[in-house]
Ligand binder design. Structure first.
Ligand SMILES: [Zn+2]
Length: 312
């Protein structure tokens, strides 16, 4: 793994396509190129350094290190991909598509698509459930509706076009988030089951949707309506302030950088904020490597921009 401690060092390490490819080859193949079609390591590299050919008789496939990754079939050079990935994985609030566009010299549309594909890479596949003391809460994010004149608002009253996000955070540990349609018992219980180990100590506010939690976990409630924010029970502090702290980070990112985020893309912004939060103690070269480790797959522009059919 390359080491770098600053944006200048990063740019030096990844200043050419060759350097980026080398890094990707190391990361994907541990430095030993393997045919993505048959798995053989009996391959040769063409003189241009970029293309490989499988020597297996039945295969003979040609491939490059980007086959099957998010970088395959894009016209954007790896140097730009890597720089954008660095900014999203390391920079505390991420970056807007407008700013990224001017940083790397692409159109805003390209930068927007790039950012979303990188956010997809920042999605955690970690199956580990949260345990110990876990704070649960929901919040409303996004929606520029509150800034609009009443006659121009698409959604009248209610949440001002904002979307609900449910979150769970382990004290001293990771956060997990899920965009949900509403805080009813079903949504909340499903999210909790996917996020938290049974028999954990869960802290919530007084919202009735959390009552069910008491059946499978030790459940402590803080009464926000009564302006109670921290209650001491011996040495144990009953509060959801850790999660509040994360919500603040998320909202600063969304309101400060992106101004408005449509509900169909919100989960990816939450994933981006969670990625950085969950690696708050990790050095930047390791964060970057973590982000890149998820580069398999693709996310097409037409899929990103097609009208969603449901509330997904
Ligand atoms: Zn092969």
């Amino acid at each position: 793994m390359k080491t770098f401690k600053s944006i200048l060092e990063f740019q030096k390490e990844f200043s050419t396509e060759e350097k980026c490819r080398e890094y990707l080859e190391q990361q994907r193949w541990d430095g030993t190129p393997a045919c993505p079609f048959c798995g053989s390591i009996n391959v040769c590299r063409f003189a241009n350094g970029k293309i490989f050919k499988c020597r297996e008789k039945e295969c003979r496939s040609k491939f490059s290190v980007t086959v099957g990754t998010i970088y395959e079939n894009t016209k954007i050079p790896l140097t730009k991909w890597f720089f954008a990935t660095y900014l999203l994985a390391v920079h505390s609030k991420g970056i807007s598509s407008l700013q990224l566009a001017s940083f790397i010299g692409v159109t805003q549309k390209t930068a927007w698509h790039l950012n979303h594909r990188i956010r997809q890479m920042l999605t955690s596949n970690a199956p580990e459930l949260l345990e110990g003391v876990v704070e649960l809460d929901e919040t409303y994010v996004g929606g520029s509706e509150s800034n609009k004149h009443a006659s121009k608002r698409k959604v009248k009253g209610g949440t001002g076009g904002k979307t609900m996000v449910f979150g769970a955070i382990e004290r001293g540990g990771d956060v997990k988030t899920k965009v949900i349609a509403k805080t009813d018992k079903e949504n909340i219980n499903e999210a909790i089951a996917g996020f938290v180990k049974p028999n954990s100590i869960m802290v919530t506010d007084e919202h009735h949707a959390y009552n069910q939690v008491s059946l499978s976990h030790t459940h402590k409630k803080v009464n926000h309506k009564a302006k109670e924010y921290v209650r001491k029970e011996g040495d144990f502090a009953v509060h959801t302030n850790t999660l509040e702290g994360f919500w603040n980070l998320l909202k600063k990112q969304i309101n400060g950088i992106h101004h408005s985020v449509s509900p169909q893309h919100l989960q990816r912004y939450c994933n981006e904020a969670s990625f950085r939060y969950n690696r708050r103690k990790v050095l930047q070269d390791e964060r970057f490597a973590d982000a890149l480790a998820n580069c398999n797959g693709s996310l097409k522009y037409k899929d990103l921009t097609k009208k969603e059919e449901s509330n997904g």
